[in-house]
Design a binder for this molecule. Sequence first.
Ligand code: ADP
Ligand code: ASP
Ligand code: MG
Length: 818
Amino acid sequence: MKVLKFGGTSVGSVESILSVKKIVEAQTEPVIVVVSALGGITDKLIRTSQLAVEGDAAYQQSFREIAERHEDMINAIIPDGERRETLLVTVRALLEELRSIYHGVFLIRDLSPKTQAAIVSYGERMSSRIVSCLIQGSAWFDSREFIKTHRQNGKNVLATELTNELVRETFMGGLKGASVVGGFISTDKDTGEVTNLGRGGSDYTASIIAAALDADVLEIWTDVDGFMTADPKVIHTAYTIPELTYIEAMELCNFGAKVVYPPTIYPVCVKNIPILIKNTFNPEAPGTIIKSEVKDDVRSIKGISSIKGTSLITVSGLSMVGVIGVNRRIFSCLADNGISVFMVSQASSENSTSIGVRDVEVEEACRVLNEEFEKEIEDGKMFRMQAESGLATVAIVGENMKHTPGIAGKLFGTLGRSGISVIACAQGASETNISFVINQKFLRKALNSIHDSFFLSEYQEVNLFVCGVGTVGGSLLEQIYQQQEKLMRELRVKLNVVGIATGHNATFRREGLELRSFINEQTGKAEFRKRMKEAPASDIHRLRDEVIQMNIFNSVFVDCTASSEVAGLYRDFLDHNINVVAANKIAASSDYTNYRELKQIAQKRGVKFLFETNVGAGLPIIRTINDLVNSGDKILKIEAVLSGTLNFIFNTISKDIPFSETVRMAKDEGYSEPDPRIDLSGKDVIRKLVILTREAGYEIEQKDVEANLFIPQSFFDGSLEDFWANLPSLDAEWERRREELERNHRVWRFVAKYENGRGSVSLQEFDQDHSFYVLEGSNNIVLLTTERYNEYPMLIQGYGAGASVTAAGVFADIMSLA
Ligand code: ADP
Ligand code: ASP
Ligand code: MG
């Protein structure tokens, strides 16, 4: 025979309860069906009693809602007729009793634990009657008759032997068809008063019955496909674990995997009865089987679970060192007061012990411990208890952790990179569980990063905030959209764009924005800029706050703007363990101290600050310099043509295209900075040279670079309009110089150079013998003379500007973080 338990969600709606009927009626052997209260009813019963005891007449409305919920359910699932009438009479009688109890509580303003227990019992008492009536031919049994508890340390605990005997007696006559039982509720073996097995206790009722009757299997039917690698409500990439050992299941349940109530495992484990977790809403799914031995699994950990609302009490003092018996006193004292401890961590110096308890029990725990050690505290041998609340405790679990080195290292490394500090940790010698305590506000991030790092997730996620949707940002988003599926399929990397921002608007979504929604339905073209105008208003402060508050794991802030305000945010982001990928050159070329500090923060936090596209768009220049330097080479000289814009201008200027026209063309083609004067003044090249020089290991500021201008300073002083208006006045002089150049078979290149501590930029002429002579369109070229590449310097050449190659370079930086 089998025991089937259906949780609150399985009997919560008309659709689900009809599914329960189908599942039970399809059974081919006798079954005992244990049911919870209708989903949400236990909470509502408790809330209503709170209203009543506070003297709030709203309890009556709340009670009416409870009554209606049950009557509506009955009317929806039981056909009109005698059976329905009989059921309504039974349920109404129960509701009437419940109403009287609430009324009593309201009048006396007293809600004793006994009364509370009586009140919550009505949930299962009614639901079991309803399910029994729904399942044709089933018999109803009152679990209060055979599930017995007794008082121990101020708590109701199962009277195991008596219960086993009574269960056997009750069902001794031989089972036929389905027998329906309400879960959770029980009675005190001495007083006969109604008690219960604790929240979530229906699972336990089912396990007790299964063990007492030597069932073949205990099936727990719930609202998820099985036991999952983590709570699917927190981690959307969690997936079902096909098999678990009893020990693994117990470890996970103890730390908050709510899918099974922790005491449930023990009774069936002792009898070696397997537990099968199934989904009422998807009965075809295979579910999870929990048994003593499972097939080998390559994964080092099986699952992660966590509990919020936990506190750490630190018992410390000098007298504790080497004293035998302090721990005994701590734990006896807590046990005598019914306080359960779920984690202990003691430093080997023995002068402090940290104890994990629930927030609701911490005050009482401190009180009784202070009392226990009153004398030692008075004598100054020990300190008063210190408590820290609002914490979360996380456990990673798996029997394969045994004898696998490096798990703890990987775990704490992952947390460190996410900027999460571990307040206490514990690993038992059984090596099936490592538990640690962190600040509750980091819980989601911690769970996600651990899930990802132990490859429990199907995909490794990279969460992106993209700032700026101009030519580069827009292209980047388009490229991400086009690559997303392939990266998931081939590399198992999931690029999630969790935020997009412009100067005025921003939109965020933790699960990832649907990039498809930025595509114009008619034309099929991406319209990030246009669609972003419909997004909620934002500014630099909101952007900063939102990105930090989302506190999302493995996240990257991608700056595709040219804004100094945005560059000013990097420090905060890096400080919060958010990687920064910048197409924006401002930060890397700012004051040397700022540049160095940003790099240091990134290093300290274990995140990256990448800006490959600051120089030569997508060309691998910075990466190459880093590789050379890191492998012990020394960069002696940098010579480079780094301005795609200037190169375009000097390659385009001709008899027919005057200088001013080439500048306008560079702007229109999207080569130049939005304000082309940044290119013409050499400022852009200076920034690039500064960045390369710094990456080569030298300290330099922009002002240290000697700038040789090729158009008069006055052109840079006025407004942008004046600049455009005045530019043609230079054309004649440029044409004269160009003719001369042509006559000499030479070309112009705007060259950046660093050698022997000196940086300079200047317009130079080259003849065809020089490697800078052939340089088409907007291409860039970098010549690196190093100790190793000395006689023949290293040459990097190719497209150095343009939205799509720059976006591709940003994309490559992002992918290097996956
Ligand atoms: P029931 O009403 O069936 O007893 P519960 O709400 O008590 O259902 O337990 C099922 C819920 O447990 C799931 O909806 C899920 O959110 C939560 N849960 C937490 N951890 C896990 C996990 N590791 N695997 C599956 N579910 C989990
Ligand atoms: N109805 C009870 C609760 O909500 C017991 C259970 O669902 O297992 O806690
Ligand atoms: Mg449950």
